[in-house]
Design a protein around this ligand. Structure first.
Ligand code: ZN
Length: 468
């Protein structure tokens, strides 16, 4: 049966509508956006289920284009220098501890809780950059995709759409010995390709799941292997995601090994295409940004993590002027709030320039509209998934905001985009639909109590281990 969603305000089909309806077909795709005058004729029909969303604004679902779910386990526990050190590199030791801790069962529980938190913040699709492959001793499981499959199961259970970006990780870095903390990540080049292809075949068993390839970074994957993985992604039409230039030391190591920066190297070897997404891409030169733009590649920026790790500031204004597609990701899960990522990408620039409206009117686009587009359509594009814009034929992935929430009181047609981005609060998210099915309804998820309870058990076991 088709469904008709009736919110007070709706951002769909290229505009903001009041009193309009969103009709969704049996396949979970948008059938049409109905104006107020046409709604009555539909609500009378018995073959249409009417879902009233009075007092709410309906927006395209947020895309989280870069996530490592297991890192949720040590949130807030590596902020001080005593535990987390004072750099990204020392923070990684805590990350290795969480990576070593999880079992297939506990990873499933952590992933479910993390995905539930995402859904509750309006996220409808996640790009899970997954690099946990082996058991705790570094040996492959009987099914080498065991852990990736647990994460996909978790996504299906929560109801979030997922693109599992299966990572390749082959070494600690140029001229570096293998690192014990990375033993769950390592695979040979041959195994990495075979396992990714097997996972893509298995994805059909899950609802709303696809697979992409993610050579971790040029420090973890040598150039020859990177090229082979890109060719495999091309052959299967999969998105290709790579961490790049998060830290200056990574660029320096690449220069020492290849005599070029990562972007120069990727460009020269055909790794930058429309299916490529570069994660972070913070420390890029002007000519490197030109190369990313010319290739039509996406950049996934993760401001809430990048500020947490002290990585640096992504030049979002330069990217906007060059027409580069920019998506957002929650990455380390320091916070899960894509709208916060969106507003920070502007605020960081304001603090540097001591000016306002840094991303406004570039190419004639209003700032709230631009940032919301990055948080939705650009993220879907980065993951190779249709959606991010509620147009006929597109998946009905959306979320609603409560217009009576104090953070949003007074929101209207003209302020919707900029108020959602600059004042939108996770607390105002009420409903979330993936493919037209409400997975969150009036802030309630059917499995939330069980998911919470199981997460708390895993968290406690993680802390108990630390205490020993
Ligand atoms: Zn990452």
């Amino acid at each position: 049966m088709s469904k008709l969603f009736l919110p007070e305000l709706m951002l769909a089909n290229g505009g903001v509508h009041r009193g309009a309806g969103l009709r969704v077909d049996d396949n979970g795709n948008v059938a049409e956006v109905l104006d107020a005058a046409s709604i009555a004729a539909r609500t009378d029909r018995t073959d249409v289920e009417v879902v009233r969303l009075a007092g709410k604004a309906l927006l395209p679902g947020l895309a989280n284009a870069h996530s490592h779910t297991f890192q949720r386990l040590f949130r807030g526990r590596a902020e001080g220098r005593k535990v987390g050190g004072d750099t990204f590199w020392t923070w990684r030791e805590q990350m290795y501890r969480a990576a070593a801790f999880v079992t297939p069962e506990s990873l499933y529980d952590v992933a479910r809780a993390t995905f539930l938190e995402m859904v509750a913040s309006g996220i409808t699709v996640v790009g899970e950059f997954h690099y946990l492959h082996n058991d705790a001793l570094g040996k492959p499981f009987a099914n080498p995709n065991e852990l990736a499959l647990q994460v996909m199961r978790a996504a299906e259970s929560v109801g979030i759409r997922i693109c599992l970006l299966r990572s390749a990780y082959m070494r600690a870095g140029y001229r570096k010995d293998p690192h014990a903390g990375q033993r769950r990540f390592y695979e040979t080049r041959e195994k990495s390709v075979a396992n990714a292809e097997a996972l893509q075949k298995a994805a059909g068993r899950f609802k709303n799941a696809t697979v992409g390839l993610a050579p971790h970074s040029i420090r973890a994957v040598p150039l020859d292997a990177m090229k082979e993985l890109a060719a495999v992604a091309g052959k299967h039409g999969m998105p290709l995601h790579i961490h790049v230039s998060e830290q200056i030391a990574e660029n320096e190591a690449c220069l020492a090994e290849y005599g070029e920066t990562p972007i120069e190297l990727f460009n020269e070897h055909g790794l930058l295409t429309r299916r490529t997404t570069l994660i972070h891409a913070i420390h890029l030169t002007g000519p490197e940004m030109d190369e990313v733009s010319a290739a039509g590649a996406t950049i996934c920026s993760c401001p809430t993590t990048e500020r947490n790790l002290g990585d640096g500031i992504f030049p979002a204004d330069v990217a906007a002027r060059l027409g580069i597609s920019v998506a957002f990701g929650t990455d380390s899960q320091a916070q899960i709030d894509i709208l916060e990522d969106a507003r920070q990408s502007e605020y960081h620039l304001r603090l540097i320039a001591q000016q306002r409206g840094m991303l406004d009117q570039i190419g004639g686009v209003e700032i709230g509209t631009r940032l919301l587009h990055c948080a939705t359509a650009s993220g879907y594009k980065a993951l190779g998934v249709d959606g991010g814009d509620l147009k006929p034929g597109q998946p009905a992935d959306f979320f609603t905001l409560d217009l009576s929430d104090m953070a949003l009181l007074g929101m209207d047609e003209t302020s919707l985009a900029s108020q959602a981005v600059f004042a939108g609060s996770r607390a105002a998210v009420r409903d979330v639909a993936v493919a037209g099915r409400l997975v969150l309804a009036d802030s309630h998820h059917a499995q939330e109590e069980e998911i919470r309870a199981r997460y708390k058990e895993v968290q406690q076991a993680f802390l108990n281990e630390e205490a020993q």
